[in-house]
Unconditional design. Structure first.
Length: 188
């Protein structure tokens, strides 16, 4: 009968053929990580857990900060930051809060093969979160990318927030018209 062994695709080997990042490509990573950690603070003017050297954020350039109360369980908290020094608009999403049932509801809203997305499958709860954030912030994002045409638009997050940010990036790229048809190369 000649049965073939079919190996299911997993992400475990995706990066095996990738080249090393250059110093220039890696440069924003530590800075963006500091921004993600800053999202855990209630008030950036009076931080409780600031890293040595600080977060590198000017609180006066924080455009908005959404809390659990604001998102009503549809997304983890996040903020939008105008990084003038690096010409970047950064939307940073908080990671999993182990005492928030709404975070678990997002995480557990998924079944294998449940949500198709552009030729593949994605996490249902995270895609719903990404869509909700884009719907909620579309107007301000469009206004900012038009006001700052030389700025990049970066979506980032930690744990649960990283999944939401990754899918938000994909949703934005598939809907560039909602942000005034900005150039794809500005979105990361």
């Amino acid at each position: 009968m000649g049965m073939e062994t079919v190996s299911p695709h997993t992400t475990g080997h995706d990066s095996e053929t990738w080249g090393l990042a250059s110093a220039e490509e890696f440069e924003p990573v530590p800075r963006i990580c500091r921004y993600i950690l800053a999202e855990y603070e209630d008030d950036l003017r009076y931080p409780l857990w600031e890293l040595p050297g600080g977060y590198g954020i000017n609180p006066d350039c924080l455009i908005l900060k959404r809390t659990y109360e604001d998102t009503r369980g549809r997304a983890p908290p996040y903020f939008l930051y105008l990084d003038r020094e690096h010409t970047d608009l950064v939307l940073a999403v908080r990671g999993l809060n182990m005492v928030k049932e709404s975070d678990y509801a997002i995480l557990l809203d998924n079944k294998l093969g449940q949500r198709k997305f552009h030729g593949g499958y994605v996490h249902n709860g995270l895609l719903k979160t990404a869509g909700w954030v884009l719907d909620k912030e579309c107007d301000i994002l469009k206004e900012l990318v038009e006001k700052y045409p030389n700025y990049t638009l970066t979506f980032t997050g930690h744990t649960l927030g990283s999944g939401a940010a990754a899918l938000l990036t994909m949703v934005v790229v598939q809907n560039l018209d909602r942000l005034g048809n900005i150039d794809r190369t500005r979105v990361r």
